[in-house]
Design a protein around this ligand. Sequence first.
Ligand code: DGJ
Length: 571
Amino acid sequence: MKNKLLFRIAFAGFIMLAVIACNKKSKPQIPHLQKQGTATQLIVNDKPFLILGGEVANTASSSLEYMNTVWPKLNQMNFNTVLIAVAWGWVEPEEGKFDFSLVDGLLQGARSHNLKVVFLWFGSWKNGISSFVPTWVKGNQEKFPRVQIKSGKSIEVLSTLNKTNLDYDTRAYKAFMRHIREVDSEKNTVLMIQLQNEVGVLGDSRDRSNPANEAFAKAVPKELMDYLVKNKEILLPELSKVWETAGFKTAGTWEEVFGTTPATDELFMAWNYSQYMDKMAAAGKAEYALPVFTNTWIVQPQDKVPGDYPSGGPEPLTLEIWRAGAPHIDINAPDIYLPNFDEWIALFNRNGNPLFVPESRGDLGGAANAFYAIGQHAAIGYSPFGIDNTARLLVEHPDPNDKAPAGLEELPLSRAYETLRQLSPIILEHQGKGTIAAAWLTPEKQTAEIQLGNYKLNVDLWRNRRNPEQAAKIGYGIFIAVGQDEYLISGSDIKVTFTPTTPGPPIAGLAAVETGKFENGRWIPGRKLSGDDILLRYDLGAAADVNQSGSGLQFRGFQHNIQRVKLYRYK
Ligand code: DGJ
């Protein structure tokens, strides 16, 4: 009898342990970054995830009532993630008293619309300025010192060189991260955190308060010097050049090591901002270890000196300083509103800095940017700014023949995101393996040559066959080598031909082309494309002279915007 009882207790214990073990196994890991080949991907619920995001206006999230008008629109426009601000002043309105009911309301709104969230912590700085700090911080300049500029005046920018500023912002940020862990570690709605917003000193190239002047007159910290010496051969050229011009010294004051130019002030500020933010990122990760990124106000063409743009933010010149000073920050991301998007993302996607674009345009150009960032630079996602104001997403370069979008679903970005949503399992499978690429074309850059698989892909901006003067304003495409002589291609306003690059017959013909769509990662074929769909030129003799068949793929607007092509070769 006793033995039976003991057996029953042991059996019940075993079952309980098994249940606990099963639950443990089934709880997905916290969202995190993971390498795949040369790419860095965001892993959510244990699977790679592509952020098809958008950022709402700075203060949209301060009102749940307003956000209730926004959530359904985000669904209509095919966003899967929303970037929303949480300001220090909103959650600690009274010193030491935290209220996260707003955060809970935002999470509830996002979840009920099946959206993921990236929170932007507007703490000490937003666009360089300390405008989102609590009123009790703003009103106590003695306790929370500010940046002082050349004129001797102070500006509304908290100084990085003050521990009280750091301690109070960190305390609030830690409380925020702890709260996210408490309310979200089961659901994983929150994917990443943007720490601060576009940091740096405005109005001068550096902080000239007494503590800042003292630090500037001291030696460059050993930690930074060691990093520079160790990485001297692989340093990004922008910083290497400044250091070289000053004689590659391995010790000395900031001006001795980097010279007496405003660039030195910028490097000094970058070190101080990165150190401040690294301490915050580390403290936040100790509560809940979500990936953390910064966003940069990139230098604008009209900017002459640091201070015209925030001095000390992670710019191409200062990226290395940020890597040395802030190892707890996972990504330094650019905000890009300038037309040369392709060049800017290349500048940020260097030396192991993964690409995420937290702010950019959301019109037709935004659709091109999203394709290019994700396809060519393995971006973990794209996010235009101000998406609650849907007028910002309208076509900037309407084609006279195109109809105006009938609804939010038809906006260029909505359609591009719908396509990327369908393709995302395949894109994520290929990122970082050398089997995916993208093109981004404008009237200034009308062609791209892409080596992928066994072929060179010749990509041209769409132009009218009978009237070649008539070209599209923007063309883009994503190309995936899915098999031997087989490509999956999606794009808008481009034409694509193929040139073999391996030994064998020199001409590539189109064996079969079909358009279709993906449902749950499975290809559902639609029309079989041929004839007018693929015919690019009739001068077959001239085409043969340059090893072309005269046929190729055409993507006009959003028509047939996913195509699968199988090639063959002839001589
Ligand atoms: C860049 C900032 O990071 C955003 O918060 C916002 O202020 C936009 N500029 C405005 O265009």
